[in-house]
Design a protein. Structure first.
Length: 164
């Protein structure tokens, strides 16, 4: 996966297709583009979007989040309570979701997850379209789950609704 050194100002003023992460001066490409990844990303977004008014949330696909002064991450899907907090999120969303691609390495995904958790994202989930498994990530562990749950607001997302 290619990386390129640039300033934060250059990163923020440049459009990337698809958008890239920015980590300590380096542009890092994200793995995307395969059907299983795109389908699951769409299912996750559609599930939350259909319930946005009832739950008081707003789901967003591939949103830039500044997780530290020198790091911007772009989760596959994130969910905020209420309205979006700006063009670039500088406050933690309620949920960050990463959908694995076949090329994703655990070490790189783990680094992204750690950034979300350090930033204060309360719910970080990994979805694997190949194995049809989901994982809840906390600072202490990554645990396989059979349902994705949150509190405040209380939400429950059955995996069968996503992995149809």
């Amino acid at each position: 996966m290619a990386t390129t050194a640039v300033t934060i100002a250059e990163y923020l003023s440049t459009e990337y297709e698809p958008d890239c992460d920015y980590v300590d001066g380096e542009i890092q490409e994200r793995n995307l583009g395969e059907f299983d990844h795109a389908r699951l990303q769409g299912e996750v977004y559609a599930y939350f979007h259909a319930r946005r008014k009832a739950w008081g949330i707003y789901p967003v696909i591939e949103q830039r989040i500044q997780v530290s002064p020198t790091r911007f991450r772009v989760p596959d899907v994130c969910v905020v309570v209420g309205e979006a907090p700006g063009q670039i999120f500088r406050v933690p969303p309620l949920i960050c979701i990463e959908v694995l691609s076949p090329e994703d390495r655990i070490s790189r995904t783990g680094e992204k997850i750690a950034d979300y958790l350090r930033f204060g994202v309360p719910y970080v989930w990994i979805l694997d379209p190949k194995t049809r498994k989901a994982f809840r990530c906390t600072p202490g562990a990554t645990v396989e789950v059979t349902e994705l749950r949150t509190e405040n607001p209380t939400m429950a997302v059955p995996l069968e609704a996503l992995f149809e």
